[in-house]
Design a protein around this ligand. Structure first.
Ligand code: MD3
Ligand code: FE
Length: 212
């Protein structure tokens, strides 16, 4: 597996439009995890159902003006948590600042996401190859932040069925996906048993999106 300089904080272009900012979120990890805890107290992690009726192994919640949901009727962004009928918890200022700073470092100035999808992985959870195309602003990047147990990112290129590259994502890594990389097929391999001092056996991923 390609291991991308785990302790290097410099921007590394992965592919046109995709940029790894290794460890960028490291200094903020405890504060980010505390924000996640508070968000989940209002809008608990839940296993959404795919349109095909399967329970997702990754548990999800959201912060911000819009949240991503999936059910029998499809994938979409909603201003309210379907579990409570209430607005999603507000985007914490630290989330917005980190997303904006990361996008700027990758060459996307003025990124102002109103949606943050929060994924929680337990050992055995995985995310099969997919494209993120439910956002209205496909010209805007997606910023992802990894926390906790290391995962293997699956990188499938611009078409389904091609060769898949495997890339390690570590605690604190931030990746910006824009331009020609925005519609890359991607996923996360089955999360192995692991132990991280801040999250135990869990992995969290934040994705920031300009959705609406
Ligand atoms: C490449 N999340 O929430 S983050 C997702 O680690 C998602 O939980 C994964 O895929 C996770 O949709 C991967 C990396 C990522 C996120 C969005 C992308 C890569 C992307 C959008 C376009 C291209
Ligand atoms: Fe995705």
């Amino acid at each position: 597996m390609l291991d991308l300089f785990p302790d290097d904080r410099k921007a590394l272009p992965l592919d046109p439009g995709a940029c790894l900012l290794g460890g960028l979120a490291l200094p903020f990890a405890p504060a980010l995890l505390e924000d996640i805890r508070q968000i989940a107290a209002q809008a608990p992690f839940r296993h959404l159902e795919t349109p095909g009726g399967k329970r997702m192994s990754v548990a999800m919640t959201n912060a911000g003006g819009l949240g991503w949901v999936s059910d029998r009727f499809g994938y979409r962004y909603e201003p309210r948590d379907p579990l409570s009928g209430q607005a999603w918890p507000a985007m914490p200022p630290l989330f917005a600042q980190l997303a904006r700073e990361a996008a700027e470092q990758a060459g996307f100035a003025g990124f102002a996401p109103e949606a943050c999808l929060i994924n929680r992985y337990t050992p055995g959870s995985r995310l099969t190859l997919h494209q993120d195309r439910d956002e209205r602003h496909l010209d805007q990047p997606i910023v992802s932040v990894s926390l906790g147990v290391d995962a293997t990112f699956l990188w499938g290129g611009q078409a389904r069925g091609g060769r898949v590259k495997r890339i390690a994502l570590h605690h604190g890594d931030v990746v910006v996906w824009g331009g020609p990389a925005r519609l890359t097929y991607h996923g996360i391999d089955v999360l192995p048993e692991g132990l991280h001092p801040l999250t135990g056996d869990l992995r969290y991923n934040l994705t920031f999106r300009q959705a609406g």
